[in-house]
Design a protein around this ligand. Structure first.
Ligand code: E4P
Length: 218
């Protein structure tokens, strides 16, 4: 499963790139607002830092303006993946650009029916929001299972990009189900490293090694 980083903060992405963990990045208008940066400047910096797709979202909701915004966003770098909302105008924009071989991520997906429509419009990625789904008392991971079955039934190329991830189980379950990508906030990536038995085991090894009086580098 690929890991995308869900942030527009350059300083959060850099150390994760150094760890070799970053297959792509997702941004949205709220993350751009949080970063306090200009969308063109920060998206360009992220695209230079990361080899994979960098999702940049349109701000308008009508087809004509979405297409104009899309052209401007695609011009930032070759690895820009346009992000459009799961609406008729969004899917029309998706089809227009996917027919030209451009990457499109359809966002704000909350049902398997929506995921089916996005795949038929040629989306490169569908973004079901599992955390927000859980928030309203529905199972985000059950939605991922349904989409996986539907896409496999018809051999759709659209990749399932699990979004709005909030905790370790969202990531583990995504991988067990066979989602193609999980986009993960940096804080949650760091949380994935942690296990109390790793910490206590390492502390014991360090203490025992000191008692040997040896050095590996001398
Ligand atoms: C990413 O593509 C989504 O916009 C993001 O994961 C949404 O996450 P949130 O529900 O925590 O805002």
């Amino acid at each position: 499963m690929k890991i995308f980083i869900d942030t527009a903060e350059i300083e959060e992405i850099k150390p994760l790139v150094e760890l070799g963990l970053v297959d792509g990045v997702t941004t949205n208008p709220s993350l751009i607002l949080k970063s306090g940066r200009n969308i063109f400047e920060v998206t360009k910096e992220i695209c230079d830092l990361v080899d994979g797709p960098v999702s940049a979202e349109v701000a308008s909701t009508d087809y004509k303006t979405m297409v104009e915004e899309a052209v401007a966003l695609y011009n930032i770098a070759d690895n820009v993946c346009l992000k459009v909302p799961m609406t008729p105008d969004g899917l029309k924009t998706c089809k227009y650009f996917s027919d030209q071989g451009k990457m499109v991520n359809v966002t704000l997906c909350f049902s398997a029916a929506q995921a089916l429509l996005a795949a038929k419009a040629g989306a490169s990625f569908i973004s079901p929001f599992v955390g927000r789904h859980d928030d309203v008392g529905q199972s985000g991971m059950a939605l991922i299972e349904e989409i996986r079955i539907i896409y496999d039934n018809y051999n759709f190329d659209t990749e399932i990009l699990v979004a709005s991830t909030r905790h370790n189980l969202h990531i583990i379950d995504s991988a067990l189900i066979g989602a193609d990508v999980a986009t993960i906030p940096p804080k949650l990536v760091h949380q994935l490293f942690k296990h109390p038995l790793t910490d206590s085991g390492l502390a014991a090894f360090v203490a025992d090694w000191e008692k040997t009086g040896q050095s590996i580098t001398d």
